[in-house]
Design a protein around this ligand. Structure first.
Ligand code: FES
Length: 82
């Protein structure tokens, strides 16, 4: 069964510490040709690779852990951006 959508009903993209982008729907995802990826039912959760090492791109396959991927981005208020 699919995970529920976020409480607010807004799609959330969460940057995981040293890991993937976690997307919690509703959303649809298409490739460069417009073909749709199977991401399960509405409200599903997927993890998208941001380390570049996954063999199942665009999805995370856990390679980031073995590769020692480090990324410590945090949200910065708009007024504090360069
Ligand atoms: S972020 Fe998990 S394999 Fe790339």
């Amino acid at each position: 069964m699919a995970d529920p959508a976020t409480p607010s009903g807004v799609t959330e993209i969460k940057v995981r510490e040293n890991g993937p982008y976690r997307v919690q729907g509703p959303f649809r995802m298409v490739d460069a040709d417009g073909a749709e990826f199977d991401v399960g039912e509405e409200g599903s959760v997927v993890a998208l690779c941001r380390c570049g090492g996954s063999t199942t791109k665009p999805f995370c396959d856990g390679t980031h852990s073995r590769a020692g991927f480090k990324a410590a981005e945090r949200a910065v208020a708009a007024q504090d951006r360069p």
